[in-house]
Design a protein around this ligand. Sequence first.
Ligand code: 4AD
Ligand code: MG
Length: 430
Amino acid sequence: MKTTIAKLKNHIGEEVTIGAWIANKRSSGKIAFLQLRDGTGFVQGVVVKSDIPEEQFLLAKGITQETSVYVTGSVQTDERSQSGVELVVSKIQVISESQDYPITPKEHGTEFLMDHRHLWIRSKRQHAVLKIRNEIIHAVNEFFYNNDFVKVDPPILTGSSAEGTTSLFHTKYFEEDAYLSQSGQLYMEAAAMALGKVYSFGPTFRAEKSKTRRHLIEFWMIEPEMAFVEHEESLQIQEQFVSHVVQSVLERCKAELQTLGRDVTKLENVKAPFPRVSYDDAIKMLKEKGFDDIEWGDDFGAPHETAIAESFDKPVFITNYPKDIKAFYMKPHPERDDVVLCADLIAPEGYGEIIGGSQRIDDLELMRQRYEEHGLTDDAYKWYLELRQYGSVPHSGFGLGLERTVAWLSGVEHVRETIPFPRLLNRLYP
Ligand code: 4AD
Ligand code: MG
């Protein structure tokens, strides 16, 4: 019977056939151990010389890494292995031989691995990270579906920018200028006025010359937008959302987290509510921690975020940043004109900002004023003003970066390992 590695545990004692690749191999005079992978998982194939025709044993002994095979064998329980089973092999049929596979079990440098990303994703660790990414995607969609959000897909080619004009990829759109989307937010605000609670989940592009462990040029963002939802309620939805994603990964990715050596005790506690620190207090905390140069009005960099996050064992919201360092659409604090109703959610363990969000300006006159201050007289934004003209309502939204979330939950150091084919500064290959 044909099956997959993930399903082997349903076939204990039966003879099955799987299509697989040889991930690794060990052998002695009498026995060969084949590490088999098929995408659904990894399992050990045991080839015993005395139980198999001579030529089949020689084939197993000499088989090369990444050769593709059909393997037939009987499924046995094996308490020591992660899958709980092993395959006692009775037949191996080579589909296609692999020669001189470049990624051997020895250590390789990062640039070498990045040049071979199309093959590197076959390795056990990369496989685990991509499975965790898949589970996060599923948990995101599940959360929003269960909470009556409608998924809306904003355009990727746009005539305007959402977050500022410095980091856009430009292209010609026939006779016009167009940009790759750096955020779907403005379109999601329009969608929220049509469908109430909406979210988008798509690729976004930033031509930032940042070369850090947290920055990609192309990354995926989840952007909910909610009509009739004010700042505080939005924070509650954010903490419930992130808790759901974290708890789902803990529950459904046990094997992958184990493969990655992730300390899950650091994630188990991630349940709503999350702590909140105002920007004002964050500045005080930083001064106490020895950041003497930081002044009220400065934006936070990675070291500042890490220092604040260290005081908590859950993600922490930093709220009410100065208006001047945040986007033009954020609603001013009702009692203070110098700060806005916004929050960044900072992940623990140095993974940095995973969410940026705010309540949006809903007043037409104030939005017009912001337009003038930011020089946004362009026709490209006219439609966005009109949202405040025809039945404007209080509304809030936020954006969660998928890759930073994958990095945090997987415990991998750099976001380049959290997306199948990372686009980085100086890297467009493969
Ligand atoms: O804080 P950002 O720039 O917020 C927005 O774009 C808002 N329009 C979202 C909204 O309110 N709808 O980005 C949101 C998140 C960040 O917190 C971070 O997790 C991720 O997107 N992010 C990046 N991830 C990887 N590489 C980059 N270059 C990123 N830039 C932002
Ligand atoms: Mg941000």
